[in-house]
Write a protein that binds this ligand. Sequence first.
Ligand SMILES: Nc1ncnc2c1ncn2[C@@H]1O[C@H](COP(=O)(O)OP(=O)(O)OP(=O)(O)O)[C@@H](O)[C@H]1O
Length: 297
Amino acid sequence: MPNLILSRLTKTFGVTRALRDVSFTVAPGERIALLGHNGAGKSTLMKIVLGLIPFDGGMATVLGAAPGDRAARRQVAYLPENVAFHPALTGLEQIRTYLRLRGEAARDAMGLLDRVGLADAATRRIGTYSKGMRQRVGLAQALIGKPRLLVLDEPTSGLDPVSRRDFYATLDGLAADGASILLSSHALTEVEARTDRIVILSQGAMVANASLAQLRQQAALPIQMQVRARDGAADMVAESLGGARFNGATVNLNFAPDQKLARLTQVTALGALIEDVEVIPPSLEDIYSHFSKQVRP
Ligand SMILES: Nc1ncnc2c1ncn2[C@@H]1O[C@H](COP(=O)(O)OP(=O)(O)OP(=O)(O)O)[C@@H](O)[C@H]1O
């Protein structure tokens, strides 16, 4: 059974339809990226899953219970976008405090900090930590009680590429242990290789729910091919391929993905007239903007 089930979830704030009929599930061990422009409904969805705000219609089941139920709350962890800790406490003291508040053994603190790569800095004051380190204290805190669903609101915003990679590596380990992860982000490039499925919200409606490979296929955006002609052959190549010339010897072609092989065959047939060929698939930004522009009526 999925750890999270959302079915036709709807939420309205006055005249704003923050969520419209949103349905998707998150299975144990699955990492889902929730993407969308500002105001798309990501935080609203997370708040509903956490039981912080009610919803108007549809259904939400969190670990077999209603959002916010004791049973659900015990097994769900949340990491807000900007975590704030007491700067005078060390990482170890802070996590010990949280463990005590949760009624867990304070001696587990070092193990949690080790898990997020903070063992070496555990006895340093949080005031001396970098943003990436503070974010990892947040993750250590979220791991208290072995949650089965982690809800992470833009967990890597403001982190450098190395901290970001480390953060995702920790998440990979948690997912491998069976935890479900729902994280929001603004960038498809970032979640590309680090999540199993991508859910895109646009003005409260879900416009995509698939793996990146499937989204690529569904979007069917044009492929670009740059064909470099040998000296003096550019005009001939441009004419026989029907493409536009640019930068002197290069001919630019744009075509639908299902024409790729036919186009390559055409180019190969020109043999000695061709110096080189480059096939450029649509970028992740193109794919994201293709979906995030779609709005359901
Ligand atoms: N408490 C509220 N009262 C009124 N409108 C709200 C409230 N909370 C959210 N909204 C509106 O609901 C819509 C969805 O907001 P939400 O915060 O869920 O978007 P988001 O995708 O998380 O955006 P961001 O990326 O900026 O965090 C927005 O139009 C927002 O203005």
